[in-house]
Design a protein around this ligand. Structure first.
Ligand SMILES: [Fe+2]
Ligand SMILES: [Fe+2]
Length: 190
């Protein structure tokens, strides 16, 4: 891990709540393991994993306020589902507060919650690492996604997007259209 990354980690340890920081570490090291498996750049995976939830340093209300202040445009479904806002805000903060200029890392942060069709390997790695990291709350199908992540990452993305959709629907929550697009794309890819 570079010195710069260690500095960012120290800063996030102060800014994020304890559980959120533990989850962050879990995502970071899971992303690194997936990067080893799929020949992706380990440093990029660590960086994107470390920063993926940096937008969660404040409440959803304050995240919206900060987006308005910084001129970050939110889609209708993001306004409806504030849980998604931290991804966009996180990419902004990664770039402007933490000096990350690499577009592929910023995109992996932006799409970590919903995924998107035809993701890059780094985007898939962060999407999956967020889902399977060891501290994750157990939801139905998690074991299978964990196993598949290291054998067939496209199928793992398909299963997790499908499980997320079902989980939200069953809980009476709305599903971001991008999550559905992700599911449909990877269902065909399988
Ligand atoms: Fe997140
Ligand atoms: Fe996360």
């Amino acid at each position: 891990m570079t010195e710069n990354l260690k500095e960012i980690k120290k800063d996030l340890a102060k800014k994020l709540k304890k559980e959120r920081f533990e989850h962050t570490e879990g995502v970071m090291y899971t992303a690194a393991a997936l990067a080893m498996r799929y020949d992706e750049d380990i440093e990029k995976a660590l960086t994107a994993g470390l920063l993926h939830d940096c937008g969660k340093f404040c409440s959803p209300k304050d995240q919206i306020k900060l987006c308005e202040k910084k001129g970050i445009l939110l889609t209708d479904s993001e306004k409806e589902m504030p849980a998604l806002i931290h991804a966009k805000l996180g990419a902004y903060l990664a770039e402007h507060e933490y000096g990350i200029r690499d577009e592929s890392i910023l995109n992996a942060i932006t799409y970590h919650t919903t995924g998107r069709p035809d993701m890059t390997m780094l985007e898939k790695i962060i999407y999956i690492a967020d889902y399977i990291e060891p501290n994750r709350k157990i939801i139905p199908g998690l074991d299978e996604v964990r196993r598949l992540s290291f054998t067939d990452i496209n199928q793992a993305v398909c299963l997790s997007a499908g499980a997320t959709t079902r989980y939200l629907k069953n809980g009476g929550k709305s599903v971001d259209p991008m999550t559905i697009q992700t599911y449909n794309f990877y269902k065909k890819e399988k």
